[in-house]
Write a new protein. Structure first.
Length: 101
């Protein structure tokens, strides 16, 4: 589909009030050249997410609901990171991969 479709689609999203809201304090994530292998290993089965429409979505409710929807309640720990962001930590690689698929 061409750019005209995207413009029309974006316009319809805005009319429905489902546009993605970006915060003024949404800084780009800065990556470094440090050896972070220990941190990478610690969080290798983690996902970071962000609610894109905080006026319509509640982070706390979303984080509580997702593991149940996936059939993984009590097998995922979750933390709110602020500004609509959250962290999900999986206990097994099998659970992690099942959610990614």
């Amino acid at each position: 589909m061409g750019s005209m479709y995207r413009v029309k689609s974006t316009h319809m999203v805005d009319l429905k009030g489902k546009g993605i809201l970006y915060e003024d304090n949404d800084e780009p994530i800065k990556l470094s050249d440090h050896d972070d292998s220990q941190v990478i290993n610690e969080y290798r089965m983690s996902l970071i997410g962000k609610v894109l429409n905080p006026k319509k979505q509640n982070v706390e409710k979303l984080v509580q609901t997702m593991p149940t929807q996936w059939g993984l309640q009590n097998r995922i720990t979750s933390n709110e990171l602020g500004n609509g962001k959250f962290l999900l930590n999986f206990t097994t690689e099998e659970d992690f991969i099942s959610v990614l698929q």
